[in-house]
Write a protein that binds this ligand. Structure first.
Ligand code: SF4
Ligand code: SF4
Length: 538
């Protein structure tokens, strides 16, 4: 069925536009290719199928209710068209109008982008997941309804499209089958950005129709603006947690670690993805150990209302420019209130892109505070000689995952690998790597989306290429007697890689562990007690 999916099928009355058969997916390296080792892909429940729009493929990302009346159906189409019109105006698309228009108007239909897309490849080349599929649907609608004379010329030039409520809601779901990793955009010979089209579709749905992933909006941006963090942690909880982290880290390293909070006039405001403080406390512990040992003037912020000081998450990047701007302004305010010289972003890829590249459009005047990646700062510390390192403590196989936002989107490529080459004797690259890396499969918010059976899709399809790359990087050493480490300097990527390891049982079967970059640095600090990295799954 999959190889027969056509663009206009998105409008058709049918049970499901496409289906992915787990047994037909590209094989993974042994032993993960053996049927006994392949986890079940849970089918959608009958209740889910009855309650929500579920006729795109085998999963649901958005839990969209079905329209109950003809009026509701028509209203969906009307709102979509009005949102589409706004998407192509300067006032309403202050971020991406020009590249969006160029991407809509041009495509040579060469499919170079499809070959670059891990979702397409790892779905067994299912046409529904081509980078161009959702773009072609939108392009046909754009030419048919927005361009003068488009009803005739649009069909002739780009093909037919029937715009009905099914087209609209399936397109909303389909915008959440793309990791927005921009690998396809990088390979397009004429610069068409299909990732941007997926992004701006999400934006249209969120800003104009109130359609979004609740993990990103209700439990993400909205919660963050309300309490200070999308984890739900208020300042008191964060300060308590950090106090415990300091105590644990002091015990583990033998060094007296004390994290400064709200230090006015410090050189650096360090903002973590708050997920680190909750789920991976050793990451903050390692940052604090390194910064303290290097003698930096730094602080965390506990602001949560006027400013957002302790959670660098900005999920607006994935789906909504208004939410992005609101959160970015509050991040900059936290630095302005403390009078620091710069913000340093902890190990979180999307936070880097949100607060540096994209927020450049909104952080003006006194809010335009310098922002730096922790990767470059750590590079300077490691090569300054301020901390003594003994790389023999890291003598186990290590590979590096390149977070798309940090590496492909921003060009922060070399600092982290120079550090790894310096401190990890058995470091090896994945193939390919650097700006040609593959997404972890959790990008664009997927790492925190697991409703219905979306996790099964994420683990079998979008995360499959990364899993394949990890296993191949450790080829010949998959035996569980050898401890191995995937370094993923990004909170979201780390969450996805953790989920992959657990779902596919890669800790038990192959002793593949994961973590950030700072943990490896502290693990080999001469002044710290050995054994900072814990060889257990968490
Ligand atoms: S690579 Fe570019 S031109 Fe070719 S099909 Fe993809 S988007 Fe179109
Ligand atoms: S952005 Fe990434 S996941 Fe999305 S279509 Fe392009 S290559 Fe595929």
């Amino acid at each position: 069925m999959a190889d027969k999916v056509k663009v206009n099928d998105i409008s058709k009355e049918c049970d499901q536009v496409s289906h992915v058969e787990p047994a037909d997916l590209p094989p993974l390296p042994d032993p993960y290719n053996r049927p006994d080792n392949v986890p079940d892909w849970k089918p959608l429940t009958d209740k889910a199928r009855e309650s929500y729009v579920s006729d795109l493929d085998d999963t649901i990302a958005l839990s969209l209710p079905k329209p109950k009346t003809k009026e509701e159906e028509d209203e969906l189409v009307r709102k979509f068209l009005s949102g589409l019109e706004k998407l192509f105006t300067k006032e309403n698309n202050w971020t991406f109008l020009q590249p969006l228009t160029l991407s809509m108007e041009n495509c040579a239909k060469c499919q170079t982008c499809s070959d670059a897309c891990h979702v397409y490849e790892m779905s067994g080349n299912n046409p529904l997941y081509r980078p161009t599929y959702r773009s072609d649907v939108l392009r046909r609608v754009y030419f048919k309804y927005l361009k003068p004379g488009g009803k005739f010329f649009g069909r002739w030039r780009h093909g037919p499209i029937d715009l009905n409520w099914k087209t609209v809601l399936r397109l909303a779901e389909l915008a959440y089958r793309c990791n927005i990793c921009r690998r396809c955009a990088m390979t397009c010979p004429i610069g068409v950005d299909n990732a941007l089209i997926a992004h701006d579709l999400r934006k249209l749905f969120s800003q104009e129709m109130g359609i979004y992933a609740k993990e990103l909006h209700d439990n993400g941006s909205v919660l963050q603006l309300k309490v200070g963090s999308s984890t739900g942690m208020n300042p008191e909880v964060v300060k308590d947690n950090v106090e415990f982290i300091d105590e644990d880290t002091s015990e583990m390293t033998g060094l007296e670690i004390k994290t400064p909070f709200d230090k006015k006039g410090a050189d650096i405001l360090l903002i973590h993805n708050a997920g680190e403080i909750m789920a991976w406390p050793e990451n903050h512990g390692a940052f604090a150990t390194i910064f303290q040992a290097a003698g930096l003037s730094w602080t965390l912020s506990s602001e949560s209302m006027d400013a957002l000081g302790y959670d660098n998450i900005n999920y607006g990047l994935f789906y909504d420019d208004v939410m992005l701007a609101k959160v970015a302004i509050k991040h900059a305010k936290a630095a302005a209130n403390l009078g620091v010289k710069k913000i340093v972003l902890g190990e979180c890829g999307h936070a880097h892109k949100a607060l540096t590249v994209i927020a450049d459009r909104v952080l003006t005047g006194s809010l335009n505070i310098p922002r730096e990646s922790s990767m470059t700062l750590l590079h300077d510390i490691v090569f300054s000689g301020k901390i003594k390192l003994d790389k023999s403590r890291n003598d186990f196989p290590v590979t590096l995952h390149d977070p798309c936002n940090l590496v492909r989107a921003m060009g922060v490529v070399m600092p982290q690998r120079r550090i790894l080459k310096h401190i990890a004797p058995q470091f090896r690259e994945m193939t390919p790597h650097g700006v040609e890396n593959y997404c972890c499969g959790g990008g664009s918010g997927f790492a925190i989306m697991s409703g219905h059976n979306f996790e099964d899709w994420r683990m079998h399809v979008s995360g499959r290429k990364k899993m394949d790359q990890i296993l191949k990087a450790f080829e010949g050493q998959l035996d569980p007697s050898i401890d191995k480490y995937v370094c993923a300097p990004c909170s979201n990527c780390k969450g996805q890689i953790r989920d992959l390891i657990k779902y596919w049982d890669m800790w038990e079967k192959s002793h593949i562990n994961y973590g950030g970059l700072v943990e490896l640095i502290v693990n080999c600090m001469v002044d710290a007690k050995p054994g900072f990295i814990q060889w257990e799954m968490h």
